[in-house]
Ligand binder design. Structure first.
Ligand code: PEP
Length: 251
């Protein structure tokens, strides 16, 4: 039985004032969400502030990225142990914006996944194809490569404590969403790839969909057999939208 997870990726947004307002609404509303896990992933600078609000509530805290090294002379970077110390339980790795903006390769994503687990964080591994890749019918090959590079590096056992998010790049922040059938096709293929390595781990693995999810389309997406919640960007900055999406995940 997989408990759905709804994760808000705030990206590079917010001020101390807007974060306080958003979190007040989310923690209040999340108390009424029964049957889905709720997670927020603020910018690094807001982690401590958000932790003071999430502590003692059902809302979990996560980060948007980490550096693969444990510590040392890496100016400007943040390690997994710093995130764990700041109260994070989860960390996103391989988001398409990091793959595009800072060139995170499949092997670096695998190293980040491993670094996260070493300090007890649950990695949320993002995979997804570009529009060109979808048009050239290479979606499953791309997703297979992104998933297998990590699974080969860390072993399938590591996925006992991990989440995978399918995020078609063409649907992120564009307002264009994969249809439930398009998303389900990829989710089912992803679960199949994991099942070739371990049927049990694949059956328990939470697979999130991300890409312009909003209150209006969440229930249809989450009703699909292999979609276990969502990774939410823009809509996670709006308390009511985000809480409606969380509610949709409870089925
Ligand atoms: C994301 O940032 O992971 C995302 C899915 O963004 P959006 O919901 O805005 O498309």
């Amino acid at each position: 039985m997989r408990t759905p997870l709804v994760a808000g990726n705030w990206k590079m947004n917010g001020t101390q004032a807007s974060v306080a307002e958003l979190m007040q609404g989310i923690t209040q509303g999340a108390g009424n969400i029964d049957g889905a896990d709720v997670l927020v992933c603020p910018s690094f600078v807001f982690l401590s502030q958000v932790r003071t609000v999430t502590d003692g509530t059902s809302v979990a805290l996560g980060a948007q990225d980490l550096y693969a090294e444990e510590g040392g002379a890496f100016t400007g970077e943040i390690s997994g142990s710093m995130l764990a110390d700041a109260g994070c339980e989860y960390v996103i790795v391989g988001h398409s914006e990091r793959r595009a903006l800072t060139g995170d390769s499949d092997s670096l994503v695998a190293a980040k996944f491993s670094a996260a687990q070493k300090v007890g964080l649950t990695p949320i591994l993002c995979v997804g194809e570009s529009l060109e890749e979808r048009k050239s019918d290479t979606t499953l090959a791309v997703i297979g490569r992104q998933f297998s590079t990590v699974a080969d590096a860390v072993g399938i056992e590591a996925f006992r404590n991990a989440v995978v998010a399918y995020e078609p790049v063409w649907a992120i922040g564009t307002g264009e969403t994969a249809t439930p059938d398009q998303a389900q096709e990829v989710h089912s293929a992803l679960r199949g790839m994991a099942a070739k390595r371990s049927a049990k781990i694949a059956a328990d693995l939470r697979l999130l969909y991300g890409g312009s999810v909003k209150a209006a389309n969440a229930a249809d997406l989450f009703s699909m057999a292999d979609i276990d919640g969502g990774l939410i960007g823009g809509a996670s900055l709006d308390t009511n939208e985000f809480l409606s999406i969380c509610e949709a995940a409870t089925g």
